[in-house]
Design a protein around this ligand. Structure first.
Ligand code: HEM
Length: 290
């Protein structure tokens, strides 16, 4: 199999009709590492820049007390849908579970749309900076279509159906709502601590600086973080770009790199039940005085 065989296959597919299959190939085989970093890790932190979102999540406290489980459960719920399709038995179970969890809280449609636009845009922007090749037009269109379908099943209204429209919504939301809030800073710290816990031999300050190198000025401001020294930022970006260039010369992946195709920290035996992922019923029903 050649390095560009998947790309050729994707380019011969229909980005609307075949969107779920294109997304599966793209995330599982073409860019699994990049999607995990950008769609789960960087995007996770970015949601918390929205004060309403951060306020609810912080008041609940669950993200702080169960950071690893929240990370794993979120990755599983999103990537089971990519592996099996959102209308498969597993995909429907994921959507039902997410809808059930969210039904306990008053969540504004715009906040749902914002989280969705971050989930869509973050991997595309990461790919433009660090990918071993650029995502092609069919991949981007399929990716947008995939999330548009999920937005319908999560009862969101008015998600734009083009990348330009999605970016415009995201920018507008950020201009209106993103500002410093005490919750944002706290939640992002919980998240950086989680990443640090995966690398016990690496000093926390180093993880913190690497994380800051990947953020734009606006996010740094929202997270009340200092800009990293420019030479360090350039070094981190150079390393990630070099990784991409190196990958382009290596043989293609023949096994899936999708999160759900590997054991995770919370489920080393992959023995999870989709209907039970996320907070327990008891936890969801706790009053938090919103
Ligand atoms: C496309 C949009 C969204 C997706 C795909 C999504 C996905 C998820 C997933 C997979 C979980 C379960 C993870 C876990 O708790 O272990 C979860 C939980 C949760 N989500 Fe969302 N979510 C979205 C938007 C939002 C928004 C906009 C808010 C709030 C304003 C929100 C608030 C929550 C809360 C409060 C929980 C329970 C866990 C906690 O308290 O931290 N979600 N969501």
């Amino acid at each position: 199999m050649g390095r560009y065989d998947n790309l050729n296959k994707i380019q011969a597919m229909d980005p609307i009709k075949d969107h779920a299959e294109i997304v599966k190939i793209m995330v599982s085989y073409e860019f699994p590492w990049d999607f995990q970093r950008s769609q789960i890790e960087m995007a996770f932190a970015r949601f918390f820049a929205g004060p309403r979102i951060a306020g609810l999540v912080a008041k609940r406290g669950y993200a702080k007390t169960h950071p690893q489980k929240r990370y794993d459960d979120t990755s599983i719920l999103l990537y089971e849908m990519i592996k099996h399709g959102y209308d498969s038995e597993q995909g429907r179970a994921c959507i039902e579970r997410m809808n059930y969890i969210h039904s306990h809280f008053p969540i504004h449609n715009d906040d749902f749309l914002y989280v969705t636009t971050v989930l869509i845009v973050e991997p595309v922007e990461w790919n433009a900076r660090f990918g071993w090749r650029l995502m092609c037009g069919n991949e981007i269109q399929a990716w947008v279509q995939f999330w548009w379908e999920i937005s319908q099943r999560m009862h969101m209204k008015n998600l734009p159906n083009t990348l330009e429209g999605i970016k415009a919504f995201k920018t507008d939301y950020e201009n209106k709502y993103v500002y410093n809030s005490p919750w944002t800073k706290d939640l992002v710290q919980v998240f950086v601590d989680l990443i640090s816990s995966w690398f016990p031999l690496v000093p926390k300050s180093l993880i913190n600086v690497a994380f800051r190198c990947l953020l734009d000025d606006k996010s740094l401001q929202a997270f009340e973080m200092q800009a990293p020294p420019i030479p360090v930022k350039k070094l981190v970006e150079f390393s990630l770009r070099s990784r991409g260039i190196l990958l382009s010369f290596l043989p293609p992946r023949t096994t899936s790199g999708l999160f759900v195709d590997h054991p995770s920290r919370s489920y080393p035996n992959k023995d999870y039940n989709i209907a039970k992922l996320g907070p327990s019923d008891e936890n969801l029903k706790q009053k938090i005085g919103l």
